[in-house]
Design a protein around this ligand. Structure first.
Ligand SMILES: Cc1cn([C@H]2C[C@H](O)[C@@H](COP(=O)(O)OP(=O)(O)O[C@H]3O[C@H](C)C(=O)[C@H](O)[C@H]3O)O2)c(=O)[nH]c1=O
Length: 191
């Protein structure tokens, strides 16, 4: 079972596409295989699976992260529908600090995004009834969870939709701006 791996403009943020075995019934794919990741140099062990369902298109969940020592690496995929998945480098000292990348994940394309600890994560759904399923390397720690404003101009994510169309939680509608984020966290910035 092979996993195609592509790099992005942000070091450590990777696109993984597991092989799909198609036949007259449909397809089979190993959506996660630890040794395939280890062989690719991804040593992360995951301890929690998340599954979110969004009724409407243009639903934004994010930009969220947990601060150290509860930081989470996430392996994100789209089980149904389609989304635009975004990672933002928030590691103070990183050469790409404050930069973002986005990738279309869908049931159709089977792509996954590896979002390392030290990155804020969020997505916008492209179609109704989208399911996003993702593995986390640390368990939920609400006291260590932080939200960045999805449309923070200092980050400048292009979500590919009109801001007026966005569907948000109250929490996300009131999230902090990057510049106001208290006590910037020290992350291990790999060379
Ligand atoms: C994240 C999480 C949430 N919850 C509970 C807390 C709330 O009662 C409820 C909804 O949580 P929230 O509104 O934070 O869900 P999202 O807006 O989808 O948050 C996620 O959005 C972006 C895309 C992320 O990457 C994070 O994993 C996560 O922050 O689930 C839990 O019980 N465990 C959890 O791990």
């Amino acid at each position: 079972m092979a996993v195609q791996i592509e790099t992005t403009d942000l070091d450590g943020v990777l696109i993984l596409t597991p092989d799909r075995f198609t036949d007259t019934r449909g397809f089979f794919s190993e959506s996660y295989n630890q040794s395939a990741l280890t062989d690719a140099g991804i040593e992360t062990l995951f301890v929690q699976d998340n599954h979110s369902f969004s009724l409407n298109r243009n639903t934004v969940r994010g930009l969220h992260f947990q601060s150290p020592p509860y930081a989470q690496t996430k392996l994100v995929r789209c089980g149904r529908g389609a989304c635009f998945d975004v990672a933002v480098d928030i590691r103070v000292g990183s050469p790409t600090f404050g930069k973002w990348v986005g990738v279309e994940l869908s049931f159709e394309n089977g792509r996954q995004l590896l979002v390392p600890a030290g990155f804020a994560h969020g997505f916008v759904t492209r179609v109704p009834e989208t399911e996003v399923i993702y593995k986390c390397s640390n368990e939920y720690a609400p006291h260590a969870e932080h939200s960045l404003r999805w449309n923070d101009p200092s980050i400048g994510v292009d979500w590919g939709m009109l801001s007026s169309d966005v569907v948000l939680s109250d929490k996300d509608a009131q999230a902090s701006f990057f510049v106001d984020l208290q006590s910037p966290f020290t992350w291990e910035v790999t060379a």
